[in-house]
Design a protein around this ligand. Structure first.
Ligand code: NAP
Length: 282
């Protein structure tokens, strides 16, 4: 193996399901880079030591998936703003001084997707309504506040979880239960589903968009199926919509750029490749 060959990998436990090798492999080939991107299953009891000594594994950086995102953040010498706020990192690299740096790029993936598919979507950042209060919701609330949204409602079945996120992010955010949804839709400029509802194999997302203003952008981060019932209903009403696969692809961009020195594009070809591999399209 060449000494100059840069190696990166997705790490977690398990990692067999991850599409990251497909995404990074596509970019490595497209840019003709002599690099490798693999999978490393890291046992929980070895995770802290593994991340602290990334160079010993011959890696220039890694993606981190469940259940190691918090352990990875703790191992870092330096974290970006999002990783600090979330206490979790999904992208690690060594800087020129060999210090371990970490970022959380889920929020950036969300922003990159909307920037690409709905340019200008945040020009008049007003009120956003986020359905769900899991890990993805936390990243998206961070992302929306970074783009100066004036109000972010977080609506969740378990209101305590929405309240916890709201307590962390402050007075521009507001936790509500599903019973308030009808009232909140009327003042919504951006609606984002971050629950797993509507995903293949999960219960449907039961929502009536009648009260949603015509201009409101609707984004579903569920990407299997690609066009969810939420997106279908919104499109039928005439609202602009954006699907969720781009978030998965855009969150990978910062890592590739750090490790291999080229900022890659999220192309239609890549979307199709990953959707086919997921079995979402044939
Ligand atoms: P998570 O932490 O497990 O959160 C799941 C959320 O869904 C919670 O708010 C949960 O509410 C809600 N939920 C689940 N079942 C429900 C039900 N029957 N009724 C009402 N609410 C329900 O998951 P996550 O990591 O945030 O991911 C959420 C979804 O986003 C998944 O489908 C995931 O595949 C997708 N995702 C997509 C991307 C992308 O790149 N496009 C990235 C990350 C995640 P409770 O709190 O009440 O349980």
């Amino acid at each position: 193996m060449s000494e100059n060959l840069k190696r990166a990998a997705v790490t977690g436990h398990p990692v067999a399901h991850s599409r990251s090798p497909l995404i990074h492999g596509y970019w490595l080939k497209k840019h003709g880079i002599q690099g490798e991107y693999g999978r490393v299953d890291v046992a929980p009891e070895e995770a802290a030591g593994f991340y602290r000594d990334l160079a010993a594994a011959g890696l220039v950086g890694v993606n981190v998936t469940v259940p190691h995102k918090e352990t990875a953040a703790d191992a870092c010498d330096q974290l970006d703003d999002a990783a600090k706020k979330m206490g979790a990192a999904n992208t690690l690299w060594l800087d020129d001084d060999r210090r371990l740096c970490g970022a959380n790029t889920d929020g950036l993936g969300f922003l990159g997707n909307l920037d690409q598919l709905a340019p200008g979507w945040d020009k008049q950042a007003g009120t956003a309504l986020v359905l769900g209060a899991g890990g993805a919701a936390r990243a998206i609330v961070w992302a929306l506040l970074s783009r100066q949204f004036t109000k972010v409602h977080i609506v969740n079945r378990t209101i305590e979880k929405a309240q916890k996120i709201s307590d962390e992010f402050g007075s521009k955010t507001n936790a509500q239960g599903w019973d308030k949804l009808g009232m909140l839709l009327g003042e919504t400029d951006l609606l984002v589903n971050t629950t797993s509802l509507g995903m293949t194999g999960k219960p449907p997302l039961d929502i009536d968009l009648d009260g949603l203003p015509k201009h409101a952008l609707v984004n579903d981060i569920v990407y299997a199926p690609m066009e969810t019932e939420l997106l279908k209903q919104a499109a039928a009403k005439g609202n602009p919509t954006v699907d969720g696969i781009g978030m998965l692809l855009h969150q990978a961009v910062p890592g590739f750029e750090r490790w291999f020195g080229v900022r890659p594009d999220v192309t239609e070809e890549l979307r199709t490749l990953v959707l086919k591999d997921l079995g979402v399209i044939s």
